[in-house]
Write a new protein. Structure first.
Length: 533
């Protein structure tokens, strides 16, 4: 176990370590009052007096009443100084994941707020800005989770912003009545529009906090990473950021969004079954609690709502936009974790070589031999690893690979790929047997390992977390993750033999392994894959 002084230096950064206990730092009192386009906000200092926190700032009008299922509108102006010292409510959602812990008032439709963590103000500051988009399958998530607290990244000399966005039935319902009332004949994607409006808020306001609106990095994990790939494709968000980073997820392959027509058909049928009507005016009068209960009721046949290709916010599929080179041409840092599929394999009988081969023939039929060549195994142990790898590829890794490849082909900007491979020590929610599981990287990137309940961290965890914070913030500063004292991270391209940074105790880059697997999946699935999980 590291000493407390070393843990502070590694986990929180050198600046925090220099703020010795019992000695509050002198700052100008006006640093905590910032004038935004909507009005003045008053923040507070972090416990170490090294970071200014502005929490729960409204960036949009409450999406309630007639504004339910409506594109977000900018927040109205307020008079006086608004306290920004507490998180706003998270957007209405079911309680699905035990590792999601919120520090806010709870569920609410009135949830469109954002948070800013900023270093002490200095005259003529133009600090790089990192805008975080949380994950949760477009169903759950919120900005108040301790693991996503921005204090430690702000210690690294960046400004961190995170926003709440509408989820599930409130963020992505796409009934045909909504398209009829829309001047763009579009429906759904309200959660994505929330993200976009928040990016415009950052562009218009972040300079007042000391940030550079021309040096913004968007980054996210899981559905947040899918959102990053989507915002790169969305015309309304282009120009609002200079760099992008994604952790485990892209709106490609088996995660490509459905058409508006498909979403309308399913969503109209859902509402008629759940509430006896698909009339939008009547549905806007249904209580949020009733909508939420219906959303998670499998009897109504629509558990989970996703973005769609509405012809306006997303004029084409995300892969098509990338294929035509119409996406944001910005540097990209992206990758995934070694054991992305470990959750989905819980409860399955142990994989043997025989059972793996049987699975291959059932799932891939005439392509089984090619599958078994790509996911080669010669004994039970290798078969178990190959089955786990495929589970992760099918779940999220293949979609991330396809996004990365799409940006390499047409993005006209550097791409950096990683592979997070340090297995978890286990905690109150995740047994160590899950390995480097899906979402395991969040606390490392944010420097918030100690927020995970019941985890007994090792020295190598704190060291890797510090490296990852430096890689991510260096990327935000310059578009290149490399910096002083860090193992060299090469670009990901054919000219350099597809180098991948392995994030583990001995962090190092090496040529991509198993490229043949993803090329096989691309050939078999394309953008119309089948789920074989």
């Amino acid at each position: 176990m590291l000493s407390s002084k070393v843990r502070i230096a590694v986990g929180c950064g050198l600046m925090a370590a220099m703020a010795w206990a019992g000695a509050p730092l002198a700052h100008a009192s006006n640093e905590l009052v910032v004038k935004t386009e909507s009005g003045k906000v008053r923040g507070e200092w972090s416990s170490d007096h090294m970071v200014r926190k502005f929490l729960g700032i409204p960036y949009a009008q409450p999406p309630v009443g007639k504004l339910r299922w409506h594109a977000p509108l900018p927040a109205k102006h307020w008079h006086g100084v608004r306290d920004a010292v507490a998180f706003g409510p998270h957007c209405t959602q079911p309680a699905l994941y035990a590792d999601m812990v919120f520090r806010d008032p709870g569920n609410s439709e009135d949830c469109l707020s954002l948070n800013v963590w900023a270093p002490p103000a200095k005259k003529h500051d133009k600090l790089p800005v990192m805008v975080w988009i949380y994950g949760g399958g477009y169903i759950t998530g919120g900005t108040s989770e301790p693991r996503q607290d921005g204090t430690n990244l702000a210690h690294k000399g960046v400004i961190l912003v995170s926003m709440n966005y509408r989820l599930g039935i409130f963020g992505f319902f796409a009934g045909s009545g909504l398209a009829k009332e829309s001047p763009h004949h579009a429906a759904g994607n309200y959660g994505l529009m929330d993200q976009s409006l928040a990016l415009h808020w950052v562009h218009d306001n972040i300079a007042k906090f000391g940030g550079d609106p021309n040096n913004v990095t968007i980054f996210g994990e899981s559905a947040g990473s899918m959102s990053v790939s989507t915002q790169m494709a969305a015309p309304s968000s282009q120009g609002m950021f200079a760099r992008a980073a994604g952790e485990s997820g892209g709106a490609f392959g088996n995660l490509t969004y459905p058409s508006l027509a498909s979403a309308e058909k399913k969503d109209d049928a859902f509402m008629r079954k759940a509430f006896g009507t698909d009339d939008i005016a009547k549905l806007r009068k249904v209580s949020a609690d009733a909508l939420l209960k219906a959303e998670v009721n499998p009897a109504y046949g629509r558990v989970g709502f996703m973005p769609d290709i509405d012809g306006w916010y997303l004029p084409q599929t995300v892969p098509a936009i990338f294929a035509e080179g119409k996406q944001a041409h910005v540097p990209l840092l992206a990758g995934w974790n070694r054991d992305e599929g470990s959750f989905s394999m819980l409860g399955h009988p142990p994989t043997t070589l025989d059972s793996f081969e049987a699975f291959a023939h059932k799932a891939f039929e005439t392509n089984a031999d090619a599958f078994l060549k790509a996911y080669a195994a010669s004994n039970d142990q290798e078969a178990a690893r190959a089955r786990l790898d495929f589970a992760g590829d099918n779940f999220i890794a293949y979609s991330t690979w396809a996004w990365i490849e799409g940006q390499v082909k047409t993005g006209d900007a550097p791409v950096y790929r990683y592979y997070f491979a340090l297995g978890s020590p286990g905690d109150m929610v995740h047994p160590a047997s899950l390995g480097a599981f899906h979402s395991d990287d969040i606390e490392y990137v944010f420097g918030n390992l100690d927020s995970r309940r019941g985890a007994h961290w090792r020295p190598e965890d704190y060291a890797l977390s510090n490296q990852m914070q430096n890689y991510w913030t260096d990327f935000a500063k310059t578009g290149d993750p490399n910096g002083s004292g860090l193992p060299q991270w090469p670009k990901y391209d054919a000219a350099d033999n597809w180098q991948v940074m392995h994030l583990e105790p001995d962090a190092h880059a090496e040529p991509a392994q198993h490229r043949d697997r993803y090329e096989f999946l691309e050939k078999v699935w394309g953008n119309h894959p089948r789920s074989n999980q």
